[in-house]
Ligand binder design. Structure first.
Ligand code: PMP
Length: 278
């Protein structure tokens, strides 16, 4: 597959960056993951806006206009044979002598790759997925889509070692999010998520789920959610670019609701599939 690196399309095996890139040395960069369905980016504007917010938040000068970004992504996705893809893009502060504070004159490193994407299969959608819970060990700017992901990596590994798809994180007893997803509860027919804050990444599916709820006449709200409320929920949902929307049916070995994907999930799943095709 061809990837984009600093102005050029090259085979992945030939894409190389200097070891002093601040992404490698400090994890000093941000990223995005964008689904492409039938060769069309899904929610492209929202993903671009989030990339721009992340760059602003860590004061990396945005190297491209939105039009340029879209054209670059288009080049990479057009070169891939699959119609449905997941695009990964990353911007670091660039290459400089190793010192923590910002270098005076670094040029951002821009990398874009894409892979064929297979959305969750029917069995996963029907049965739901298993999760485990863990303390949220991350920093206090989880709203930035930073490539520094050690907390998320450890959470994912904990899930993997416990036969779970995802680790659901709690900070001071309150739900934050999954290691790489947003988590929702369904209570009395309404969907609730934790409030947008610096302690969670606002998934592009945060706004989308709110829209889909409105379209399906499902009440939607955000509020602080305790551990007990998660376990007592009628349904628990997970959203992310790669998982779309999934039902969480077992947490820490305990069944949630009926233990099967529930009615609110099924409505929202159908609405998501419609939105993808629109
Ligand atoms: N939270 C975290 C920590 C994530 O890594 C992701 C996946 N990017 C999400 C939430 C979900 O965001 P999105 O809906 O944009 O994929």
């Amino acid at each position: 597959p061809l990837v984009y690196l600093n102005g050029e399309l090259t085979p992945l095996s030939e894409a190389k960056i200097p070891v002093l890139d601040r992404g490698f040395i400090f994890g000093d960069g941000v990223y995005e993951v964008i689904p492409v369905y039938n060769r069309k980016m899904f929610r492209a504007k929202q993903h671009m806006a989030r990339l721009f917010r992340s760059l602003d938040a860590i004061r990396i000068p945005n190297p491209h206009t939105e039009e340029e970004w879209m054209a670059l992504i288009d080049k990479v996705t057009s070169a891939h044979p699959a119609d449905t893809q997941l695009v990964y893009m990353q911007v670091t502060r660039g290459v400089a002598k190793r010192a923590h504070a910002f270098p005076a004159d670094a040029t951002p490193t821009v990398f874009i790759m894409t892979n064929a994407f297979t959305p969750p299969d029917a069995a996963t959608v029907d049965n739901g997925v298993r999760c485990v819970t863990t303390d949220d060990l991350r920093w206090q700017r989880c709203d930035i889509k930073s490539i520094s992901l050690l907390g998320n990596v450890l959470a994912a590994q904990y899930a993997a070692e416990n036969d779970a798809l995802e680790a659901i994180q709690f900070r001071d007893g309150l739900l934050t999010e999954g290691g790489s997803s947003n988590i929702w509860i369904v209570s009395n027919g309404a969907v609730y998520g934790p409030p947008k804050s610096t302690l969670i990444l606002e998934g592009i599916r945060y706004g989308l789920l709110e829209e889909l709820c409105a379209a399906c006449n499902i009440p939607f709200g955000s509020r602080a959610i305790t551990r007990d409320e998660v376990f007592a929920a009628d349904e628990v949902l997970m959203t992310s670019a790669g998982r779309e929307v999934l039902a969480v049916t077992v947490i820490d070995g305990k069944q949630i609701g009926t233990g099967k994907s529930g009615p609110v999930f099924r409505k929202l799943y159908a609405a998501y599939q419609d939105a993808k095709r629109a």
